[in-house]
Design a protein around this ligand. Structure first.
Ligand SMILES: [Zn+2]
Ligand SMILES: [Zn+2]
Ligand SMILES: [Zn+2]
Length: 1002
């Protein structure tokens, strides 16, 4: 089994002793403490505005926001325009003006953004609201309305009532890689009292979606089965370690999980405070569910998995990725050397009156929770320490965002002018030949950066090493070398991707060129990184256990051997510890360095000094020479541990299971096994599907195990997998195919109280439903009914309360999984007889009448022009509800309208009926309409619906106007007087519809 970090070992023929401490303390430009932050808040904005052009001088900027609009430059202290966008991610747009929005828009002017992707308009957006006096906020109602923000080249054109754009912004949205999180509730023993988690852990993923530069659909938050730790007291050092160790073992053989989060119900009380969360090493992390920082902690830990360092005093820093506040000190997260924040522009949130020790995120950067549609003006970096901050009081800094964006997309930035991006065809030999040539000869590729597969750091001008395949000695080489002549043993050999290594000076690992190239091309293609790269299969060993801090002794856990691609085994070039492999005649076959860290990372309540220090985990994955007879661990030339290795692998096989067996959730697994050593240890895995592994038991020593599969996915074609370790060597076997009962979907959302809505307010509610087999359900597999009547499909319920009477309404949500199993749950919404938001003027009764008859438009924008898109919706309502309610409506046809977002039926229908136009498929839904145009469109609907009504009227414009006047739809004078060339406002649209509606019903 491979864990997150894969290490290959390489023998250095000369055994250097490396001094790992000391020098940095003297070299550091600053030292911790006694620091006064600069008084002023940075105010300058970098003048470089990638992709932005203003034709109308009143436009300041079109900001595209997936969490922040502006970055903060840690070197200059200036703000700069962020230009790093992930495809498939919720996106907000802000338009800022140099003068007030009111003075720019005037009374009637229309303002909208035309979103062009790869040359075609995908959507037009009108503004949602004022953000402030100078800023308008735009966001599509849902992602489908913006073509799901799929990857491509975007142009955002701002229109201010003219035929040409007032400003444009161009950029690219890139596909980014997947994150898979295993969320595991832990049945926890607190000094003998046993508690299980509530349900808060199940919906703790909101901040992951909000702060990581990848599509929500790329983030797989897997709800795992409960881990039973009732036998282990979590309030002891050993108990804390054991829980972490048990979670770590849930990592799959393919390292599918970015992080494994164990949720414990309560903080762990210690001498002078409480522990809210901790880890000894990634990818396993423990977080208390009863903790305001739960969601902040989760994103903090996931970021660590991508090489992001802490931003609190004494933390695990990575100054090469995210700059901690000035003079803050801690340990480098890979070398464990002491490092400091050296950039004086970087201050902690505390220094600016914001909760959190992490670096300040300024309001000027416009931190914005896009899914939540809310501004976050008082935030600091989530890599700061715990201070009882609530969720969304911490946020992603621009340095972290850009680092993650580059790690996830393989691109340097969104705009073509912001620099040369990573190789567009990362795997091509030509590119890499050029790259390596230039790297070794003072290259031209300064702007081309590539990522370390281990720590995600940017690597430029890397050192390259070659390894002798006979004696494993290592020396500096060039990536373009095709052969070597070993200066230790004299072997002549070929250089290839397997034995040429890149040295990453950030994490200090050696990485095979094959792995390095494949990782960078995979990231580039937007697919999941860490896929298997090329190379030959070799035998690998996973050495695990822990070192005791008191006496330095090593206690092993059972080790496992297995086949692995040589190119994926990476190693440290140097380290405090070394594992040696000897043959029968005590000749050294191989060695591998590693370091250990005694400092568990813990998050505590303020003022807590306690830290568990007793054990440092060891987890080394390295080559395993087949003729190994003895393995020795050395520190400072002293032997720490030694074990003899048997000659053959144990043999294991399942007994009692037959192909196609239909099992119940309670199953006793049995097997037989034999080996050279008396004691064997077994790891059991359940695989409901290909590449879907669940560890169900580790280090079992008997020959049977009672498995409870009631909280695991069901299957029609799954199997079990067993590893048998004799302490070092490992045998493995799989079971015949079996069937396990499917499980019904589970509602995660619940209502603690009945939410209340004014009758003029939209009810919007998104139900969270999880299915063990299928993951999160939100699409067509979910539907809503009211009193048995189908209301809407999809998890998102959207209701206009005027459709309902005041009072309580119980909606039933039903979810069905791929196995055909359903679950349903009722949700109640209270509609209040409260019309206080209706306008208090002449139009009140008409508007109320329109709304209560289903004509829906935003009543906070009554005096803004109605858009063509909104008018199409109003006309569609008129058409089907009033006129043709019994006839089926035509089916949607693609491409009749191409610029309205996805499947906008209303706009299609209007074009299909010949009521509104879409030249070349362009409906232009955000454009306004004149009163004359609007009157004509409504007239055409009347023609379709009730031609008799118009018998006395001719088709000329004056006849149409006469019809409207005769029926009182227009007033002869006053605010509802017909003004042919004025833009129709929302108010007048509703008033006229209300009156026309009454004509039909009287
Ligand atoms: Zn941390
Ligand atoms: Zn050699
Ligand atoms: Zn690295």
């Amino acid at each position: 089994m491979i864990k997150k970090h894969l290490f290959i070992s390489i023998i250095l023929s000369l055994l250097f002793v490396f001094a790992l401490t000391g020098c940095d303390d003297e070299d550091a430009a600053v030292s911790g403490g006694a620091y006064e932050p600069p008084e002023t808040t940075p105010a300058n904005f970098d003048e470089i505005q990638p992709g932005f052009t203003a034709y109308d001088p009143r436009v300041e900027m079109i900001e595209i926001n997936q969490s922040l609009s502006y970055g903060f430059d840690v070197d200059t202290g200036e703000f700069f325009l962020l230009d790093h966008f992930a495809a498939g991610k919720e996106t907000a747009i802000f338009v800022t003006f140099k003068e007030s929005v009111n003075s720019v828009l005037g009374n009637q002017a229309s303002c909208f953004i035309n979103i062009v992707k790869d040359g075609g308009t995908v959507a037009q957006l009108t503004w949602v609201d004022y953000y402030d006096e100078y800023t308008l906020y735009f966001q599509p109602k849902n992602m489908a309305d913006a073509g799901n923000w799929s990857s491509g080249a975007y142009t955002f054109e701002l229109y201010l009532g003219e035929d040409t754009p007032a400003a444009v912004r161009t950029t690219n949205f890139y596909d980014a890689k997947e994150i898979r999180i295993f969320a595991v509730p832990v049945l926890t023993n607190y000094s003998g009292r046993i508690y299980s988690c509530t349900s808060a852990w199940q919906s703790a993923s909101d901040m992951i979606y909000a702060t990581f530069p990848t599509a929500k659909s790329n983030i797989d938050y897997v709800l795992g089965p409960e881990l039973n730790m009732a036998d282990v007291d979590i309030t002891t050092d050993d108990g804390m370690y054991d829980l972490w160790d048990s979670l770590r073992k849930l990592q799959t053989p393919n390292n599918d999980y970015t992080v494994i989060i164990g949720f414990i119900p309560y903080p762990i009380e210690v001498r002078d405070g409480a522990i809210l969360g901790y880890t000894y090493e990634l990818p396993a992390v423990i977080v208390s569910e009863d903790n305001s920082e739960m969601m902040n902690t989760i994103i903090h830990e996931i970021a660590h998995c991508y090489g992001v360092g802490d931003e609190y005093e004494g933390g695990s820093l990575n100054t090469k990725v995210n700059t901690p506040p000035y003079r803050m000190s801690g340990q480098d997260m890979y070398s464990y050397r002491t490092v400091y924040g050296e950039k004086e522009h970087v201050v902690s949130g505390f220094d600016r009156g914001v909760n959190g020790e992490g670096s300040m995120i300024y309001p000027e950067q416009r931190p914005f929770y896009v899914e939540g549609r809310s501004a976050l003006p008082n935030v600091s970096s989530y890599m700061g320490s715990g201070t009882d901050a609530e969720a969304f009081e911490k946020w992603v800094s621009s340095e972290i965002w850009i680092h993650l964006f580059r790690s996830f997309t393989g691109q340097s930035g969104g705009s073509v002018i912001s620099g040369i991006s990573a190789p567009s065809d990362g795997g091509s030999d030509e590119f890499w030949d050029d790259y390596w040539d230039d790297s070794s000869s003072g290259n031209d590729y300064d702007d081309v950066w590539v990522r370390c597969p281990n720590c995600c750091a940017c690597i430029q001008n890397p050192e390259v090493y070659v390894e002798c395949e006979s004696c494993w000695s290592l020396w500096e080489a060039s990536a373009s070398d095709s052969s070597y002549n070993c200066n230790n043993c004299g072997t002549n050999g070929r250089c290839d991707g397997d034995n040429l290594y890149i040295y990453c000076d950030s994490c200090e690992y050696l990485i095979s060129i094959d792995y390095f190239e494949s990782y960078n091309s995979k990231v580039q293609a937007g697919g999941p990184a860490m896929q298997k790269s090329a190379g030959k299969m070799v035998k690998a060993i996973e050495i695990t256990g822990y070192i005791d801090s008191e006496d330095g002794s090593f206690t092993p856990l059972p080790w496992y051997t297995y086949d692995e691609l040589s190119s994926e085994l990476i190693t440290r070039k140097e380290g405090d510890y070394c594992v040696y492999f000897f043959d029968e005649r005590d000749r050294m076959l191989y060695s591998s360095y590693f370091n250990v860290n005694f400092g568990a990372q813990i998050t505590t309540t303020e003022g807590t000094t306690y830290s568990p220090q007793s054990k440092a985990p060891v987890n080394v994955v390295t080559r395993f020479p087949e003729n190994t007879a003895r393995i020795v661990i050395i520190k400072d030339e002293g032997e720490v541990y030694s074990t003899n290795v048997s000659k053959t692998d144990p043999v294991v096989s399942f007994t009692g299971l037959k192909e196609g067996d239909r099992l119940s959730d309670q199953v006793t697994l049995t097997w037989e096994a034999s080996g050279e050593k008396d004691e064997l240890f077994f790891d059991l895995w359940y695989c409901p599907a290909e590449d879907d592994y669940y560890n169900i038991a580790t280090n079992v020593t008997g020959r049977s195990y009672d498995a409870d599969l009631s909280s695991y996915p069901g299957t029609d074609d799954g199997w079990f997998y067993i590893y048998a370790s004799d302490g070092v060597r490992t045998g493995e076997a799989d079971s015949p195919s079996v069937k396990v009962p499917f499980k019904a979907p589970e509602f995660i959302s619940s209502q603690e109280s009945v939410p209340e809505f004014k009758i003029t307010e939209e009810i919007c509610f998104d139900a969270e439903i999880y299915d063990m087999q299928d993951g999160w359900l939100w699409d067509e597999e979910v539907s809503w009914t009211l009193d048995g009547r189908e209301f809407v499909t999809g998890s998102f319920l959207w209701v206009w309360p005027y459709e309902l009477a005041p009072g309580d309404h119980i909606f039933t949500c039903t979810a069905t999984n791929s196995a055909g199993m359903s679950a349903e749950k009722d949700f109640t919404f209270r509609v209040l007889d409260d019309e206080s938001d209706l306008p208090d003027d002449w139009s009140r009764e008409d508007i109320k009448n329109a709304l209560s008859n289903g004509f829906v438009t935003s009543i906070n924008k009554l005096d803004a022009p109605v858009t063509r898109g909104q008018y199409a919706t109003l006309m569609t309502t008129l058409y089907w509800s009033v006129l043709y309610s019994d006839d089926p409506l035509p089916d949607y046809i693609e491409n009749i309208v191409s610029d309205c977002g996805q499947d906008d039926y209303d706009q299609f229908l209007m074009v299909h009926l010949g009521v509104m136009e879409a030249k070349d498929g362009k409906f232009e839904p955000a454009k306004p309409l004149t009163e004359k145009e609007a009157a004509l469109i409504m007239y055409r609907i009347v023609c379709l619906a009730d031609p008799e009504l118009l018998e006395e009227y001719g088709p000329a414009e004056k006849d149409i106007l006469e019809f409207y006047s005769d029926y009182g739809i227009f007033d002869k004078s006053g605010p509802n007087e017909y003004m042919a060339s004025e833009n129709l406002t929302n108010r007048l649209a509703l008033v006229r519809l209300s009156r026309l509606f009454d004509v039909f019903f009287e």
